[in-house]
Design a protein around this ligand. Structure first.
Ligand code: NAD
Length: 244
């Protein structure tokens, strides 16, 4: 018996990194998992390895969202878990943040989460089974993060949208929470951890190691499952103690 038996989950940005670990944990617990990404080749491969489905989804596209969620509803009749994980991180201080980079970061990290919640909530209400939406913010969505103006702005937006939407959709049995990872070793921060820099970063943390995608997937599984049935609108930090 798995914790997510009979449930259908959609994981954005699930081709690699934290999303792939989340898809793996959800599938292990019995969910039917749809991985969605713009990295089609890697997404197909990850889905094949994990026994998941793969669909192309650019989270900035309203049309893509409609067609992915329609496809899931037509084939499975329900959507129980939306893991809004897709994101980009292009570090730059204010004066080095081009308008183009700002707009791209907002489109993926912020508008992507908004479109995902709006599309999924409609489907969840229609299916009538409630649901759990998990939005990936960051510790940069809880405190000022040096040198990432656009990223920080979008991750604070995710923190705020989570709390706001949770208040609106609780009456439908839909819960909305955010996860706030610290430094998690994935392709996203590869440039920050090469050449021994990871050990220096870890030494500055209360827990003296950097995080793994599995550290985040454990929290995602808790929030996806009924074990967290009394939690909504909350920010869950998984960062080795950096933010405090
Ligand atoms: P990653 O770069 O390995 O994974 C991000 C995934 O998102 C990739 O598969 C990528 O193709 C996908 N993606 C990017 N743009 C997309 C789009 N327009 N549509 C659909 N998919 C898209 O990085 P990760 O560390 O696994 O990041 C996952 C989430 O965690 C992100 O939201 C990130 O901001 C957040 N986060 C990461 C860290 C960290 O240290 N790695 C820390 C805090 C928060």
């Amino acid at each position: 018996m798995g914790e997510l038996d009979g449930k259908v989950a959609l994981v954005t940005g699930g081709a690699r990194g934290q999303g792939a670990a989340e898809a793996r944990f959800f599938a292990r617990e019995g969910a039917t998992v749809v991985i969605a990404d713009v990295l089609d080749e890697q997404g197909e491969q990850t889905a094949g390895e994990l026994g998941c489905e793969y669909l192309h989804l650019d989270v900035t596209s309203e049309e893509n969202w409609e067609s992915v969620v329609d496809d899931i509803m037509n084939r499975h009749g329900r959507l129980d878990i939306l893991m809004n994980n897709a994101g980009i991180f292009k570090p730059a201080q204010l004066l080095n943040t081009s308008t183009e980079m700002w707009n791209q970061t907002v489109a993926i990290n912020q508008t992507g989460v908004f479109l995902g919640m709006r599309t999924a909530v409609k489907a969840m209400i229609k299916a009538g089974n409630g649901g759990s939406i998990i939005n990936t913010s960051s510790i940069a969505g809880l405190e000022g993060g040096f040198g990432a103006t656009a990223y920080g702005a979008t991750k604070w937006a995710v923190t705020g949208m989570t709390k706001t939407v949770a208040k609106e959709v609780g009456k439908h049995g839909i819960r909305v929470n955010s996860i706030h990872p610290g430094a998690i070793v994935t392709d996203m921060i590869a440039h920050m951890v090469e050449g021994g820099k990871d050990e220096k970063m870890a030494a500055r943390q209360p827990i003296k190691r950097l995080g793994t995608p599995e550290d985040i997937a454990e929290m995602a599984l808790f929030l996806a499952s009924d074990r967290s049935s009394y939690c909504t609108g909350q920010a869950f930090t998984v960062d080795g103690g950096i933010h405090g």
